[in-house]
Design a protein around this ligand. Structure first.
Ligand code: TRP
Length: 335
């Protein structure tokens, strides 16, 4: 990889459904800047997306959409590797091995497994259970020093660390034990109408969520309806407990503009909620317009996108083959 840094940063997203402005704030907004400090590996985790019922045509479209979004967010394929998880079979080979170093009980108690099992009662498949082991394989194949994920993935990264350490304890230093990269002090965007719940692309109520590729008008309608509070007189300041709605909008503004929370508080302290929301709306619509223009620029050329994926998976294979071989030797499978 062409980068001055020999530290590796890994990140991945599932190409399921449409990406939200929450995904942008948590992860995508950092993709570009991280290239300054790390050798970055950005993965489109398509086989995580098949742990719930999916439509093959949609998956295909979502993979290309996600790639075009990565590019729109500034990922430079001369500096970083972008690839589709399933194009690099080493992920599944390592996953099987690591399954044998992961306890059933560790997987059953994962919060995401419990939540997804509740929602998908008719399809609690073992892929859903083993999901974190595939994540560990994704990360460990690339000797990743850091993993960039949203706060909801914290538990999975902790399990990856545990698996890596457990394996290393038996076989010596095979894996680099990854650290979760904490940016924005773990800031998260919450649902617009229910700001105590995270903004999620699978929310039943689309009014809670702003999608990166959504029509700008509709996103502005949603912001208009976003929850505030009834403090009298109204005041704009950050307090997640007392003012979750306003704090969510402050967060959103801060993440998109790069301005600090206190800068925003000072500037808007005595503004009405209406004026504040209208300012947030202007910023959000400029932001969406900009990212959508870039997205469409890349998305319309499918040959170009497919070529990027081919190059990316070739580079990813070069690295992952070496790690997998070390693992195979250590467990006694290479004679
Ligand atoms: N599960 C992650 C998510 O839903 C995506 C993912 C797959 C991932 N493999 C990973 C994230 C490895 C970090 C590291 O967001």
């Amino acid at each position: 990889m062409e980068n001055s840094s020999n530290q590796v940063l890994f990140s991945a997203l599932q190409p399921s459904g449409k990406l939200t402005i929450g995904n942008y704030v948590g992860v995508l907004s950092k993709f570009n800047e991280m290239q300054k400090y790390f050798s970055c590996v950005y993965c489109i985790a398509d086989h995580h997306a098949i742990t719930v019922k999916h439509n093959p045509d949609e998956l295909k479209k979502n993979i290309l959409d996600m790639l075009a979004i990565f590019l729109a967010c500034g990922v430079d394929t001369n500096k970083s590797i972008i690839f589709v998880q399933s194009h690099v079979p080493q992920h599944f080979q390592l996953c099987w091995i690591l399954n044998c170093y992961t306890h059933f009980n560790e997987l059953v108690k994962m919060t995401q497994f419990k939540e997804k099992s509740k929602i998908n009662k008719e399809n609690i498949n073992s892929g859903l259970l083993n999901y974190p082991v595939l994540m560990a394989s994704d990360i460990l194949l690339y000797n990743s020093n850091f993993v960039l994920v949203g706060p909801d993935q914290k538990q999975h990264i902790e399990l990856s660390r545990k698996i890596a350490k457990r394996f290393n304890k038996v076989y010596g230093n095979i894996f680099t034990v990854p650290n979760r990269l904490l940016l924005n002090s773990g800031k998260q965007i919450f649902s617009l109408q229910n700001p105590r719940k995270k903004m999620s692309k699978s929310d039943q109520n689309p009014k809670n969520v702003i999608f990166l590729l959504e029509n700008i008008k509709s996103s502005l309608e949603k912001l208009k309806l976003a929850c505030t509070d009834s403090e009298i007189p109204p005041k704009i300041y950050y307090d997640l407990n007392k003012k979750p709605g306003i704090s969510n909008l402050i967060n959103l503004l801060s993440c998109i503009t790069g301005k600090s929370i206190s800068y925003i508080e000072n500037n808007f302290h005595s503004e009405t909620y209406k004026n504040f929301k209208s300012f947030v709306s202007d910023i959000v619509s400029d932001f969406l317009r900009n990212i959508q223009n870039k997205f469409f620029h890349f998305r319309k050329n499918e040959d170009f996108l497919k070529n990027i994926l081919l190059n990316g998976s070739n580079k990813a294979k070069e690295i992952s083959k070496i790690t997998l071989e070390k693992v195979m030797i250590s467990i006694g499978s290479i004679i």
